[in-house]
Design a protein around this ligand. Structure first.
Ligand code: NCD
Ligand code: ZN
Length: 346
């Protein structure tokens, strides 16, 4: 039986770090084991301009533990007023690695997002021309569309037409949650990849809704039926270069999660790599973990993999993680996979 594996240091291609006290509390949970992360720009107010991104990057760097090589990869929040020239300059400076497309109203802090894709075509054309990646939260917001169908409808009505119009635009279909998402990405021969979260490999909608409502499993896109979870597992563990890790670790205080209208987001930064080793081992695919967590993402973003490695070690007894992380704003509950974790980063 494998007791330890050594892999290229992983990266997280979708991470929420927030700001201020929350940033200081959650950043070490990612910086401990990850080399880099794509930093989501959905702050309040959002990170819209290159100036905002530079200032946010500086606040992240100031909050980092002293002994770390962690590098935040910044993004800009796409609005209908985004200036293509500002985006291009930020990319040329090496400041940003992606622009984030939130359909207005789709998720946490997305009000400044895109209402009509026609209003951002000039930015997308510029991005296509310069090779800058578009990260997409792929859910329609039409209240008539069932929340469990919003990803599939987005693919048909927004993503596929966009790819036909701008075939050279590099796109990350973020945190895909459906078989349709997996199949669509597999049907693309170029310029499309998808991130998959840790929690969507582990939970389905029963975990949220059966036997009492579990707010800590509520995130967006919401977890779907078991058949979709299995499709995500197959994609992640296949080694297919189009699929890579984006944890979407999204901290909210317990006070904000446990409300009559609670916030969406699962906080997985603390135990993500243990969860992933468990999942990949269970599927007989430990040898594919490095591709999913450390190699496919950099290839999609046209970056070199990290130069160093981490070792994951399997213990004889359960590894105990904190139930929550304390922040000055209140506790943030760590994702509970619902099974014992035996793998840990050595
Ligand atoms: C994210 C957040 O809290 O910022 N929440 C979530 O459920 N994933 C936003 C997002 O990525 O949709
Ligand atoms: Zn997210």
């Amino acid at each position: 039986m494998t007791k330890s594996i050594t892999i290229t240091r992983p990266d997280d291609w979708h991470l929420h770090l927030r700001d201020g006290d929350m940033l200081r509390a959650v950043l070490p949970e990612t910086a401990r084991d990850f080399g880099r992360a794509i930093i989501m720009p959905n702050l309040v107010p959002p990170v819209v301009t290159s100036k905002d991104a530079a200032a946010y990057r500086d606040r992240i760097m100031a909050a980092l533990p002293t002994v770390t090589s962690f590098k935040p990869l910044m993004t800009l929040y796409l609005t209908e007023r985004t200036d293509p020239a500002d985006v291009a300059a930020a990319f040329e400076d090496g400041l940003i690695h992606a622009v984030k497309y939130y359909p207005a109203g789709a998720t946490t802090n997305s009000d400044s997002g895109v209402s009509n894709i026609k209003n951002v075509m000039q930015v997308l054309e510029k991005m296509s021309e310069i090779g800058l990646n578009l990260c997409i939260h792929g859910e329609v917001t039409n209240p008539e569309i069932d929340i469990f169908d919003r990803e599939a409808v987005f693919i048909d009505t927004i993503l596929d037409p966009l790819r036909s119009e701008l075939p050279d635009l590099r796109i990350t279909s973020e945190h895909i949650t459906t078989k349709q998402g997996v199949d669509y990405v597999k049907s693309a021969d170029q310029n499309l990849g998808a991130s998959i979260t840790t929690h969507h490999l582990i939970i389905n909608r029963n975990h949220i809704l059966a036997g009492g409502i579990k707010p800590h499993y509520y995130c967006l896109p919401v977890a779907k039926r078991e058949e979709h979870r299995l499709a995500l597992r197959a994609a992640a563990t296949s080694g297919d270069a189009r699929f890579f890790l984006g944890t979407d670790s999204a901290p909210h205080t317990d006070a904000n999660k446990l409300l009559p209208c609670g916030c969406a987001g699962c906080f997985t930064a603390t135990n993500t790599l243990s969860c992933l080793a468990h999942v990949f081992e269970e599927d007989g695919a430990l040898d594919q973990l490095e591709k999913f967590a450390s190699l496919n993402g950099p290839a999609h973003y046209r970056l070199a993999p990290n130069a160093d490695t981490i070792t994951l070690q399997k213990e004889n007894s359960a590894v105990i993680y904190p139930k929550s992380i304390a922040t000055a704003d209140g506790d943030v509950t760590v994702f509970d996979p619902g099974f014992d974790l035996r793998w840990r980063v050595a």
